[in-house]
Design a protein around this ligand. Structure first.
Ligand SMILES: [Zn+2]
Length: 412
């Protein structure tokens, strides 16, 4: 099959005017100018998308579709601990069937906004057998053992068994204040054995910083009140604690100049709250992990400014995510790119689009098949109206409608 469009944005080099993509099965086999593609693949079925730009499907690198049904239910709350209490109250009202419906609704919405790959954290890995995702999905089991640390290994092993039938999966110890070191370590063991992915929330809020660094604040009080052992608080920043005591053992990690180690496969959500000493630590890391920024959820919580340029310039791979609809209004990565550029107007629209395509593919460990239009890549494509190629990246970022043409894995 050949698909032609007024413009093709491959994420390699310049946009192609009057471009076309040749597809075989679920893969792209060729891309270039329409006359050349039609000559090289004569006799193939032609789909002409007309005055549209075709681009790689978008990649959401951090999301919780469990909470799609909580859209608009929880107003922003300070302190952050009160927001956690509020979402816990809402969650207590939901049944397994509610969650299945919420996740299905989230998938449909994400796809409608042109997302073809999603990293989705679920607190209910046992439910995924009841769901057939319409887009390419990495399922991450979100794991919390703060109320039952003695069950850390069991929780991880049960989650892994539920996720194994999925094509793509990983483990997500929730955060250093809700998941024990034992739980993190077990996740790392299983991930190494199964060759899957790891993600976690880190340094999200000011309160997490004061909990770990100062041993004080509303989140500290809340976690102590539910019985969490607090002996790791009052010493180090969240990042320092994570890199000193939670990162993978030396056998699988890259050593830093100071002897510290962090595995490079981690996908770290947030990293909003960093001290100067954290930047010194990050500079010394030779292995750079992936960072997911969720601009609208960040604004909702009014976290400290995300240090995009410092992290990018240190070599970290920065992707975009929507986080959940408990702290965001919809699952549009177009809106996420726009929100990101409101805070970082000097970043080009092309670089913002890279964060929602190429960088997501890297974070998910599939840089050779995800996030570009190139031979051998998955045929995960979208098309939206455009007026030409002159301002095509600006037009892409300004797009705020449902996406009407979507191909996932070679199928529309
Ligand atoms: Zn999250």
């Amino acid at each position: 099959m050949i698909i032609r469009a007024r413009a093709v944005v491959t994420m390699d080099g310049l946009p192609i005017e009057n471009g076309a993509v040749a597809i075989s099965g679920n893969r792209i086999i060729d891309v270039g100018k329409f006359p050349e593609i039609s000559a090289r693949h004569s006799g193939q079925q032609l789909v002409d998308l007309g005055e549209q730009v075709m681009l790689p499907g978008l990649i959401n690198a951090h999301c919780h579709l469990d909470y799609t049904c909580l859209r608009g239910q929880i107003p922003p709350k300070k302190p952050f601990a009160d927001w956690i209490r509020a979402i816990n109250t809402e969650k207590a009202r939901l049944s397994a069937q509610d969650y299945v419906a919420s996740i299905a609704e989230g998938f449909a919405e994400a796809k409608r906004f042109g997302t073809t790959t999603i990293a989705n954290l679920t607190a209910f890995p046992e439910l995924i057998a009841r769901i057939d995702p319409p887009i390419r999905t990495w399922w991450f089991a979100e794991l919390i053992d703060v109320r039952s640390p003695e069950r850390a290994n069991e929780l991880v092993d049960l989650a892994a068994e539920s996720l194994k039938p999925a094509a793509n999966w990983g483990l997500a110890p929730h955060a250093p204040f809700t998941a024990s070191k034992d739980l993190y370590r077990r996740c790392e063991e299983v991930v190494r054995r199964e060759n899957v992915l790891l993600t976690t929330h880190l340094a999200e809020s000011r309160e997490e910083m004061s909990l770990f660094r100062d041993g004080a604040g509303p989140l500290y009080d809340f976690m102590r009140s539910i019985g969490r052992p607090m002996d790791d608080c009052g010493h180090e920043t969240p990042l320092r604690l994570f890199s000193d005591t939670i990162g993978a053992p030396p056998s699988t990690s890259l050593r830093t100049g100071s002897g510290r180690a962090l595995p490079t496969e981690w996908i770290i959500a947030h990293l909003n709250e960093l001290a100067e000493s954290d930047f010194e630590l990050l500079e010394r890391f030779t292995g750079k992990f992936h960072v997911v920024h969720s601009p609208r959820s960040h604004d909702y919580f009014a976290h400290s400014t995300f240090a995009f340029r410092r992290l990018r310039d240190l070599g970290f791979n920065i992707c975009l995510g929507t986080d959940s609809l408990a702290s965001n209004e919809n699952l549009s990565l177009f809106a996420e790119m726009r929100a990101f550029r409101r805070g970082e107007p000097a970043v080009s629209p092309k670089e913002a689009l890279e964060m929602a395509t190429v960088n997501g593919g890297r974070a998910l460990g599939r840089p050779q098949v995800l996030g570009r239009i190139r031979a051998n890549y998955f045929a995960d494509l979208i098309a939206i109206p455009c007026s030409g190629i002159t301002d095509v990246f600006e037009e892409i970022l300004a797009f705020d409608q449902p996406v009407h043409w979507i191909m996932v894995n070679g199928k529309t």
